[in-house]
Design a protein around this ligand. Structure first.
Ligand code: ZN
Length: 427
């Protein structure tokens, strides 16, 4: 007898949906068929979409910037993720400048994450790196973390690396994630909130992304550009590096760049919408939507703050950047793009980041499953994050996450949270 059966649903099988039943035992998918078997627990998914549990490859739980700590730790952050159908997150180890800091930095993060209710992994982060890149890469791989993030900006917080240093991290067995904003084109002391977009123009993103494309082309190794905010960056990468896209050059974007424009910054509470790179104007937003086919993955960049943290000042340079968004991420993008958005949350991040047992509904894979009711119309209200506001409040969308199953255990069903125990995934 199987432990759990999900019956009568429309099962996502790569390109399309099939009317099949899924049977689960010991955390694994054991059978996908038309058969009806007896199970200890049965979920009837009639008229629902049954999808692989979602993967969010870019989140920041318990982010400590020195000045602020983000509002979600791994407990509340993984809970709001579960309400969004997410069963795997990839967060970041704090920036280190030398390989001898690695062990302690990783240990700290593993301790912080141990009560996550869903599975988790990390990317390494190299900030203003003065050590030996080869040595750090070896340590990362040995820890099951074959990906490292670098920044082309943020020298004020000692996170920037030169393009030469970034190039040294390129490696046949690793993915190099890059925050692309060319620092020389950024005005860092910008005070006015409503015009904040101008301080970090699209041009800065495009210029840095072009340099990273060139390094990917030259080395033949994998680069992954995080949170691309503008359609024109996507388009210029397509024009110059078409043959690399989806092979050695991967592009991530975030739901807020598709759903919100910089008009929000003119609100009296415009600070709540400050994020880097900033929300863009309507033309860039439409161009981004039109180039969705160039995007490989969607990372929510989930980093919520409380209202009082964001409203600390009228001076944009003093406001912590970022906001929450992991819970409504998929519904927002599904509402805009429909079924074609599913691989960007499932098979693609699994392939790019080496999450072997995730991202597909297949026998032998982890039983990470989400059930989505696409027939409902929903207005986004509060989420289950610790952050006390949502930038998406009031947005009308199609569909709702009804059930989230993590390695065979129902952790959220019809709005009720049951909890779970995630594991660190070695990649
Ligand atoms: Zn981020």
């Amino acid at each position: 007898m199987y432990e759990l059966g999900i019956i009568n649903g429309r099962i996502y099988q790569g390109k399309d949906f099939k009317p099949l039943n899924i049977y689960v035992s010991e955390g694994e998918i054991r059978e996908i068929s038309k058969e009806k078997h007896e199970c200890k627990e049965v979920i009837d998914a009639t008229k629902r979409m049954v999808l692989p549990g979602l993967i969010d490859p870019h989140v920041h739980m318990a982010l400590n910037t020195g000045n602020d700590i983000s509002a979600d730790d791994f407990v509340s952050g993984s809970k709001t993720a579960a309400y969004g159908g997410v069963t795997t997150i990839i967060d970041f180890v704090k920036p280190i400048s030398h390989e001898n800091e690695w062990e302690e930095a990783l240990k700290e993060r593993l301790e912080e994450a141990q009560d996550s209710c869903i599975d988790y992994s990390f990317h390494a982060t190299a900030g203003e790196f003065t050590g030996n890149p080869e040595a750090l890469k070896k340590l990362c791989k040995g820890s099951g973390i074959p990906s490292v993030k670098l920044f082309t900006t943020y020298s004020e917080s000692k996170r920037r690396n030169s393009y030469q240093v970034i190039e040294q991290f390129f490696d046949p067995e690793m993915v190099v994630l890059v925050h692309c904003e060319e620092e020389s084109l950024i005005k860092r002391q910008w005070k006015e909130v409503k015009t904040y977009e101008k301080s970090r123009p699209v041009m800065a993103e495009r210029a840095a992304a072009m340099k990273i494309g060139e390094i990917a082309e030259k080395t033949g190794h994998k680069a992954y550009i995080v949170h691309i905010s503008s359609g024109s960056t996507l388009d210029v990468l397509k024009l110059n590096f078409r043959s690399l896209l989806g092979k050695t050059l991967f592009l991530e974007s975030s739901p807020h760049y598709f759903a919100l424009s910089d008009m929000k910054l003119s609100n009296t509470d415009g600070q709540l919408y400050l994020v880097n790179p900033p929300l863009r104007g309507g033309k860039e937003l439409m161009r981004l939507r039109n180039s969705i086919h160039l995007v490989d993955t969607i990372g929510s960049d989930h980093c919520p703050y409380h209202t009082h943290q964001k409203m600390v000042s009228d001076n944009a340079s003093l406001v912590p950047k970022g906001f929450g968004g992991i819970e409504p991420s998929f519904p927002i993008m599904f509402n805009l793009f429909g079924e074609k958005i599913i691989p960007l949350y499932t098979s693609k991040p699994a392939q790019i980041f080496g999450l072997k047992n995730k991202g597909e509904l297949r026998v032998g894979k982890d039983a990470d499953i989400m059930i989505y009711d696409s027939t409902l119309s929903v207005t986004i209200k509060e989420t289950h994050s610790n952050g006390d506001y949502s930038v998406y409040e009031g947005l009308k969308i199609r569909g709702k996450v009804e059930t989230t199953i993590a390695r065979g255990k129902v952790i959220m069903h019809q709005g009720e949270f049951y909890g779970g125990q995630g594991r660190f995934i070695r990649r």
